[in-house]
Design a protein around this ligand. Sequence first.
Ligand code: IDP
Ligand code: MG
Length: 140
Amino acid sequence: MERTLVIVKPDAFEKGATGKIIDRFISEGFQIRALKLLRLTREQAEGFYAVHRERPFFGELVEFMTSGPVVAMVLEGQEAVKRVREIIGPTDSEEARRVAPDSLRALFGTDKGRNAVHASDSVESASYEIPFIFSQLEIV
Ligand code: IDP
Ligand code: MG
């Protein structure tokens, strides 16, 4: 069974949307294999998003992701990576409200940067991101 990493980002945590986001994934049939509240350090956020190091928005992204607590989880299900990406919607929350109004980024995000939810974009990314955030012992 496929696994993916989801993070409720600081904007969504701060507005109290964590429960609704988790509930959506449960009602879509995913199993929660790991779950925790954490606050990323600058070094951790830079490492987590290392593939984006050269992007113009990297500094802004790290600033945002370290601005408050986040809730990370490992979800498991058939084609979890692809299906979870569909549920969160496009990167830009404004675009999400146009093309996928029921998506989590449409419902809880603001714009291209503050977009409420992270989810692994490939099985390969998931295999980097899951052990980055969770130890073996924390995955049930
Ligand atoms: P994704 O999260 O949909 O996979 P990526 O392109 O991988 O989108 O970008 C990672 C994260 O970086 C986004 O979720 C968003 O928070 C932030 N980001 C992406 N593009 C921009 C931008 O143009 N300005 C500010 N932040 C951005
Ligand atoms: Mg991505």
